[in-house]
Design a protein around this ligand. Sequence first.
Ligand SMILES: Cc1cc2nc3c(=O)[nH]c(=O)nc-3n(C[C@H](O)[C@H](O)[C@H](O)COP(=O)(O)O)c2cc1C
Length: 551
Amino acid sequence: MSAEEIVVAYHERTKHHVGRFAASLGYMDWATQPDPFRRYDGAALVRLPLPKEGRALPYWQLYITRSVTPVPLGIDSVSVFFRYALSLTAWKSAQGTRWALRANPSSGNLHPTEGYALLPGMDGLHERPGVYHYAPREHGLERRAEVVPGVWTKLTRALPEGSFLVGLTSVLWREAWKYGERAFRYCQHDVGHALGAMRVAAAALGWKLRLLHESDVAISLLLGLDRDGDDGGAEREHAELLAVVTPGAWDDPRGLTLPEEAVREVSAGRWHGKANVLSPHHGVEWPVIEEVARATSSPGTAFEDDFSACPSEGDLFESPVRSGSFTAERVILGRRSAVSMDASTAISAATFFRMLGRLVPTRGERQMPWDAIPWRPRIHLGLFVHRVTGLAPGLYALARDAAKLDALREIMRPDFLWQRPPSCPPGLPLYLLEEGDCRALAASVSCGQDIAGDGAFSLGMIADYLDSLLIHGASFYRNLFWEAGLVGQVLYLEAEEAGIRSTGIGCYFDDRVHEVFGIKSRDWQSLYHFTVGGHVEDVRLTTLPPYAWQP
Ligand SMILES: Cc1cc2nc3c(=O)[nH]c(=O)nc-3n(C[C@H](O)[C@H](O)[C@H](O)COP(=O)(O)O)c2cc1C
């Protein structure tokens, strides 16, 4: 089988059907529950100075390119970056158990994503460059490898002055433990969310962040994932992505790759630490996960789509957004999933349009976070609108790339209306498909979860999936989920800013969703669901500060 065929077979067999869920253990095997915190025993840990809370930067400003003065790179700004991207934001407890929540969300709160940084020497961290693993429980960086200054210079020669690198990996077992075969999808969603969280964190510091086109082999070498001696039987981490973070302007990012020789020299340097074992043993293995992970391994092909036909900021927002309710910090650190929705809160059409406008890349200097990825939108939205004042409830479609509008019309039900909602900004390709109360329908396609019907709106993220695989190869399967995760991360933050909440929904009946929108072709697939609305707090939980030394 070709890699693309393996992907398609994986995708089909991991669909949830009414009455038949994708293969999983079917119960929680608590004895093998994986540790959510990876540590490298023997690697020196530098605790980052916990940033003082209360940065005044308004949330809306994150999206305005070049509006935040870049903060110089140093241990304090690195600390803010990780605090906003991947740190703990609270401990929760109930009935004698305690669990941590983080700035980045995760399916089942299992957190398969591990964060890394390759940083130059700096005061308070180390005098020489190094490879670091981020330890969220400690808000610290574990020094995994020494990078000799000459190798650092060679490695970063093509990068803008003062840049550093960040990487993400997945411990696939952490999700597979609970979700079985479908877990690979969730790991990729989580990577997308973490990428979004890192892009937003960089924006809060006035920095840029862009995905690099590195192969998984290069990522493994740079992050030390391929070191047989260092894992001592511990669960392996799979390479996901590498990105460059740049404090200043960056005008020509096309085709940027790291020199292979320097990558090999980093790998051949001095490494420290042994990975911890996350589960004492694995009660069950899911070979299809390893298989799809191998099939989607990235060869690191460079490409850059043309964004010149995308709308401008003025086309997307009726009036440019230059005010808001909260600071960036409040929104980023306050982000939480709604566990239940109130079935009553409505949002205004203006709020709805603003949220959707944030999901469409702009031309020129693309709106954050879409400037982090080099491809035009491959994910479009099939919306279930329940409570948006001034908008008829019903099914809607948002073509995140207007060039895909005709294709979406063709694949969806022929009797859909394709009507522009009143007062919709001209650059927002949003269409009413069919009026009607779709609250029960939304909940039923989301595995019967009430949150999909009790919010203001919910949605399925519909990908032009097969075309993406044909053009970019099997590894792009992962990129599609990353894009879906980015969409989700923006919705999470936008919901916080609007004083409501949202929740990622990985559990949905794939083909039922396709039926609702009349999608018969296997070429288009719904890859993720989301719900946004007025939430109900769970008052049974106690909330504790994320770090014990925090007041
Ligand atoms: C990919 C993904 C899928 C998720 N699927 C569901 C879901 O089907 N149902 C649900 O109630 N929550 C779902 N969640 C929400 C998680 O349970 C939540 O992110 C996690 O418990 C951590 O809580 P937090 O988001 O408040 O940090 C999902 C989250 C992600 C990122």
